[in-house]
Design a protein around this ligand. Structure first.
Ligand SMILES: [Zn+2]
Length: 257
């Protein structure tokens, strides 16, 4: 993502965290839907606050991936927040299967920890039983519970083996332990693309964001597969293969042809 389309939020651990301008479309969409449902201003603000809290969790998720990657020798340039989630831009990514497994698992693990902390808060400090909560809108009462549920949803959704989503990366790294990296990526890519098409079709009926996520997966899977393919080709190619070593001798009577 080009930085001129994004607003810099901060630099935790030296990683640039910024939010993409399209994020404002998400807020506008929430306001529109809330108004359509006849909610009042305080309730609408509560919904916006909830989405912002959720995206703090998404930043922490991406920081989880990033810090794990840095620890294993990777380089992380920035994290960008999009309406469909966060994206960490790594200029160097650990590519040993075990390291990739750890980096991919670190993100969802952060949301498990957040969900656990929210559960502790709900059960020890808040002490409201679920039966007494209202769920028509997000309120101060159900805020923590809804945020906990959303974090668990992030975990479950990310673990779908739709490469290049986290679950797909976990799957690829597991395959890489037995197969070549190229073959593992190809299988993960094919399965990822099947999920992407399912997301797009389901999204048309359920939620437009799912369509966008599906398109991202479709393009991302193909892009990463091509990248690995060229890496493999370049690795096995010697200078001799790409530099012409035989030259025909010419004399001045040869035609241009
Ligand atoms: Zn992730």
């Amino acid at each position: 993502m080009k930085s001129r389309y994004s607003l810099l939020l901060g630099r935790p651990f030296g990683i640039k965290v910024s939010v993409h301008w399209t994020f404002s479309l998400l807020i506008a969409w929430i306001v529109l839907i809330s108004v359509g449902r006849g909610l009042e201003t305080p309730q609408i603000l509560m919904h916006i606050l909830f989405v912002l809290a959720l995206f703090v969790c998404v930043v922490l998720h991406e920081l989880g991936h990033s810090l794990a990657a840095i620890r294993l020798g990777g380089e992380v340039h920035s994290i960008t927040l999009l309406p469909i989630g966060g994206m960490a831009h790594m200029s160097k990514m650990p590519d040993k299967p075990r390291d990739e497994f750890l980096v991919s698992a670190a993100g969802p693990l952060v949301n498990v920890v957040i969900a656990f902390l929210l559960w502790l808060y709900i059960s020890t400090i808040q002490r409201i039983s679920i039966e007494d909560m209202e769920f028509q809108a997000i309120t101060t009462q159900n805020f923590a519970l809804m945020l906990m549920a959303a974090n668990l949803f992030i975990v479950a959704f990310n673990l779908i083996p739709a490469f290049p989503m986290d679950g797909g990366r976990l799957f690829r790294s597991a395959l890489s332990m037995k197969l070549s990296r190229l073959k593992a990526t190809q299988i993960a890519k094919d399965i990822g693309q099947i999920f992407a098409i399912l997301f797009i079709v389901a999204g048309l009926f359920v939620n437009p964001f799912l369509v966008i996520i599906g398109i991202f997966i479709l393009l991302g899977a193909k892009g990463e597969y091509e990248m690995i393919k060229y890496q493999e080709i370049l690795r096995d190619t010697t200078v001799k293969d790409i530099v012409k070593t035989e030259f025909a001798e010419l004399d001045e009577n040869n035609t241009l042809g």
